[in-house]
Design a binder for this molecule. Structure first.
Ligand SMILES: Nc1nc2c(c(=O)[nH]1)N[C@H]1C(S)=C(S)[C@@H](COP(=O)(O)O)O[C@H]1N2
Ligand SMILES: [Mo]
Length: 406
């Protein structure tokens, strides 16, 4: 049993008493004491043993071990292990093209120049002096799709390049007013201070609309992996345009045609042409419970999942429990927010016969999440960026849950 495993080393043997609670927490944070665990006495009756004293950092229960799934280019959020809509910051997906840079916040600068009245250089302290804004929003890499034939893939593999945070920073429009952006400007370049020096051209309209230079994430400074000390956050737009470690903005009257918007982050379409500047993330949803590797039992099952759209609010999530023959409406958990992840649920009574369950999101523009077949038809059979197909889960006779392509 799980308890036996955690019990191998006694916490008291390891630390010699409650006075060393702070030491234990430091060790826990570094991962060393995570498997240290508890004594039998503690687990049998926690009311008979004094607990650990308050410390300097909290930590997860050693019984809970959600982890990102890393590759050399990204690491994916364990969507199947999460609840609600906010991704814990240490489980936010990561995608970086040149690693995570070390940036001293005291040295950090953001330069804004080009078609402006007054080019300016802002320190981090300068950015924090401006009026601040906070909003919840999802971030999704446009390369966020993986399928498989054998069915043994989790939501993490299928679309774990989606996460959501509460972001705080200064509106880019505030900085635009400060430098006096020209009325003739139509684009700006955003440049990162990492070894990839990632650059993207963004229409100036988005900058005036809801773009944020974010220096905080979920109530604390932005994490290094997410762009510390400051990143561009463009609500609803493809992850790649959300330049991390942002150090320069150049205002212009045309796009800059950088590598990431010419050779990459473009999609083939059916007539053999290539679609460029496909900024908005289309509506998508996924059932996160039950999903692989869960096994379910006959009777009532609360189907749970998340839905989001880069175009605005989610208005409906439809659920099918008979492989798409008929659809029911899921309950959306309030608050349903603009360009944000919305949680949904649907109470289902499984009679024990094999079937397929799936979810389909509809956003406020009327856009309906497509099936994989429809997407492939529209893209001339090519896989690529901006793949948001309906995901189905096969429920086997023995209750095992497996991925099914739609
Ligand atoms: N400077 C810089 N910004 C970057 C990247 C990068 O490699 N360098 N990767 C981009 C890509 S492809 C994505 S999907 C998002 C990922 O953001 P996250 O790592 O905070 O989840 O950051 C974008 N911004
Ligand atoms: Mo990305």
């Amino acid at each position: 049993m799980e308890i036996e495993k955690v019990n191998k080393i006694s916490r008291r043997k390891l630390l010699g008493g409650a006075a060393t609670a702070a030491v234990m927490l430091v060790q826990t944070a570094s991962g060393k004491a995570v498997q240290a665990g508890f004594t039998h006495a503690e687990l049998d009756d926690p009311t008979k043993v004094p607990g650990v004293l308050p410390g300097t950092l909290g930590s997860r229960s050693p019984f809970e071990k959600p982890v990102k799934a890393p590759s050399s280019t990204s690491s994916r959020t364990p969507l199947q292990d999460l609840y609600g809509t906010i991704t814990p910051s240490d489980l936010h997906f990561e995608r970086h093209h040149g690693g995570v840079p070390a940036i001293d916040p005291a040295q950090y600068k953001l330069t804004i120049h080009g078609m402006v009245q007054k080019p300016m250089v802002f320190t981090l302290a300068d950015l924090k002096r401006f009026p601040s804004v906070t909003r919840v929003g999802f971030l999704e890499c446009s390369g966020n799709y993986r399928g498989a034939d054998d069915g043994k893939i989790r939501p993490q593999e299928i679309c774990g390049l989606t996460s959501q945070s509460e972001w705080t920073g200064v509106s880019l429009s505030t900085l635009f007013r400060e430098v006096g952006v020209s009325s003739k400007a139509s684009w700006f370049l955003a440049e990162g201070g990492d070894s990839a020096v990632m650059t993207r051209s963004i229409p100036i309209k988005k900058g005036w609309d809801d773009a944020i230079i974010a220096y905080a994430q979920n109530g604390e400074a932005v994490r290094p992996e997410q762009g510390y000390p400051a990143r561009l956050f463009l609500p609803g737009w493809e992850g790649n345009t959300n330049i991390k470690w942002i150090r320069r903005i150049e205002v212009s009257d045309q796009p800059f045609m950088t590598r990431e918007e010419t050779s990459k982050y473009t999609e083939p379409v059916a007539d053999g042409k290539i679609r460029q500047f496909s900024f908005t993330m289309d509506a998508r949803s996924i059932i996160t419970y039950p999903s692989y590797p869960a096994q379910v039992e006959k009777g009532y099952i609360e189907i749970r999942g998340i839905a989001w759209s880069g175009r605005g609010k989610i208005v409906t999530v439809e659920i099918s429990t008979n492989a798409g023959k008929s659809w029911n409406t899921a309950v959306l958990q309030e608050p349903v927010m603009d360009k944000s992840i919305t949680a949904f649920r649907f109470l289902w009574k499984w009679d024990g016969s094999p079937t397929e369950i799936m979810s389909r999101a509809v956003d406020e523009t009327g856009y309906v999440q497509p099936f994989l077949k429809q997407l492939l038809a529209a893209r001339g059979g090519n896989m690529g960026y901006h793949f948001n197909p309906v995901t189905a889960w096969a429920i086997e006779r023995d209750g095992r849950v497996l991925f099914r392509a739609t």
